[in-house]
Design a protein around this ligand. Structure first.
Ligand code: NAD
Length: 314
């Protein structure tokens, strides 16, 4: 069995594949050459760069598997491939923990104004130390606060585990999920916590922190109306997709004081987000790095290799 790794993969995945007796070619063949080159292989692994469309699939009658490291499958004609008996596998859960941990980082940052401290200390830390100390002395603790999760899938559930670990209460809203049993690993012991989802309105009105974990939506799920119905001093977090929170309404809410702070990893118009968001003192920012950790990359490699081996050895 021969596999072409066209967009790179973690070294651990290559060893796993080779140890399973699969011949690995780890080099990038340009898209226009794949029609001629790919028929020499039994399988291909891609990330987002390489497209595996109908024309390419038709050119490879012996192709058995298409692997995609990561979440989206937009670059692969999945249904067509499956109709030809080709397995299509990906690793949607590999980065869930990383995204949830980043969101928690934004939350801790906002709770204590660290985004302001990190911007001002290098400039004023020696000249205005006491003023900075005074202005940043109204932080909050997270324990006992209510963490509302909109979209209770893979990342939403990881988020809940972290929030519970911090002593927060979790509310979750998801039109497709009623109840979830979360396995919490505490000092090697597994504690199971059951969470029933709530109504959207209940979550909006009762959460101190609201984090969005839905797929990309056609229109924002959080607009001026929803913000108006939130608690005063609410914290909003978005590491899902740019545009699930209306950015203008978010800015209005921050400026009026209704929203105490926001943590954003995703933006409309990436890679040139709205400047007013980037410079706002109440926003903790990151450049869409939720999934980008060493562990997530390793998990992508391991989970992809496991599925490739399982399918090619059938
Ligand atoms: P998932 O499919 O496991 O979970 C999404 C959940 O949202 C599902 O349970 C679904 O039922 C629910 N949902 C759908 N429509 C909804 C609605 N209108 N209201 C409330 N819930 C709704 O997906 P996931 O892996 O948890 O990913 C969640 C989001 O995170 C996606 O938008 C994904 O693009 C994003 N993401 C971001 C990063 C990053 O780097 N920041 C990395 C990976 C994923």
């Amino acid at each position: 069995m021969k596999i072409l790794i066209n967009d790179g993969i973690e070294a651990i995945a290559i060893s796993m594949l080779e140890n399973a007796g699969i011949e690995v070619t780890n080099k990038h063949i340009p898209q226009e050459d794949l029609l001629v080159e790919l028929p020499k292989y039994d399988a291909i692994s891609v990330r987002s760069a390489t497209k595996v469309r109908k024309e390419l699939i038709d050119a490879c009658p012996n192709l058995k598997l298409i692997g995609r490291g990561g979440v989206g499958l937009d670059n692969i004609d999945v249904e067509y491939a499956r109709s030809k008996g080709i397995a299509v596998v990906n690793t949607p859960a590999a980065s869930s923990r990383s995204v949830a941990e980043l969101v928690m980082g934004h939350l801790f940052t906002i709770a204590r104004g660290l985004q302001i401290a990190n911007r001002k200390m290098p400039l004023e830390g020696q000249t205005h130390f006491s003023d900075l100390k005074k202005s940043l002395s109204k932080g909050i603790e997270l324990e006992t606060r209510v963490f509302g999760i909109i979209g209770f899938g893979r990342i939403g559930q990881e988020m809940a585990k972290l929030a519970i670990g911090c002593g927060m209460k979790v509310l979750a809203y998801d039109p497709y999920v009623n109840e979830v049993t979360l396995p919490l690993v505490i000092q090697d012991e597994i504690v199971k916590i059951q969470i029933r989802t709530s109504s959207f309105d209940h979550l909006i009105a009762n959460s101190d922190v609201i984090s969005i974990h839905t797929p990309g939506l056609e229109k924002p799920i959080i607009n001026a109306k929803e913000i108006e119905n939130m608690k005063n001093g609410v914290i909003l977090l978005n590491a899902a997709r740019g545009g699930v929170i209306d950015e203008a309404a978010l800015l209005d809410g921050l400026n009026s004081g209704k929203i105490a702070g926001a943590g954003l990893d995703v933006f409309l118009n990436e890679p040139t987000p709205n400047d007013q968001l980037l410079t706002h003192p109440k926003i903790s920012l990151s450049p869409h790095i939720g999934a980008s950790t060493i562990e997530a990359q390793n998990k992508i490699g391991v989970q992809l290799a496991e599925q490739i081996i399982e399918n090619l050895k059938k």
